[in-house]
Write a protein of this length. Structure first.
Length: 164
């Protein structure tokens, strides 16, 4: 065998090796990088949407009487949640079950001159979101299992006499 023929065979075999490495590389990129990254982006969107729901509830709870805010069928715990679930980003979150809302009140700052005490409303919203794609490996919340979010926020009552 002459030297020219050996060089041609070496070039031919070397150029085909890139094609044989493409399939495992594509598998690694898709299943170990792309799909988990897609779930993580969905997780960020779900968290921000749940935070927005809690923010809406807190702002409204600061303006209404405590009887309305504490009612399970009232506007804080039912109406705002139903509107959020059926409009905007809330309908794309993939909520598992119903979001749970807990409203509590506490005393804030007391003004020594008038002897009035501010009231602070605290709203805790718990939402469980399913992943965009359920991955077949592991049992990781957000990637292959539903992820619960619990978001808390507080606001000063507009009218302290409304707090019960």
């Amino acid at each position: 065998m002459n030297r020219l023929q050996t060089t041609r065979n070496a070039k031919r075999f070397a150029s085909g090796s890139a094609l044989t490495e493409f399939a495992p590389g594509l598998f690694i990129l898709l299943f170990l990088v792309f799909f988990p990254m897609l779930d993580l982006v969905n997780l960020a969107v779900a968290y921000s949407s749940c935070w927005f729901l809690n923010s809406l509830q807190t702002k409204q709870a600061a303006m209404v009487p405590s009887v309305v805010a504490l009612s399970p069928a009232g506007e804080i715990q039912k109406d705002i949640v139903d509107t959020w679930r059926h409009m905007g980003v809330g309908k794309f979150v993939g909520v598992v079950g119903n979001p749970q809302t807990k409203v509590t009140y506490r005393d804030g700052h007391t003004d020594p001159g008038t002897n009035t005490t501010d009231k602070i409303v605290r709203v805790e919203t718990t939402v469980t979101c399913s992943p965009f794609l359920t991955l077949p490996f592991g049992n990781w919340p957000g990637l292959s299992a539903p992820m619960p979010f619990t978001i808390n926020s507080e606001a000063q009552m507009e009218n302290p006499d409304n707090a019960g």
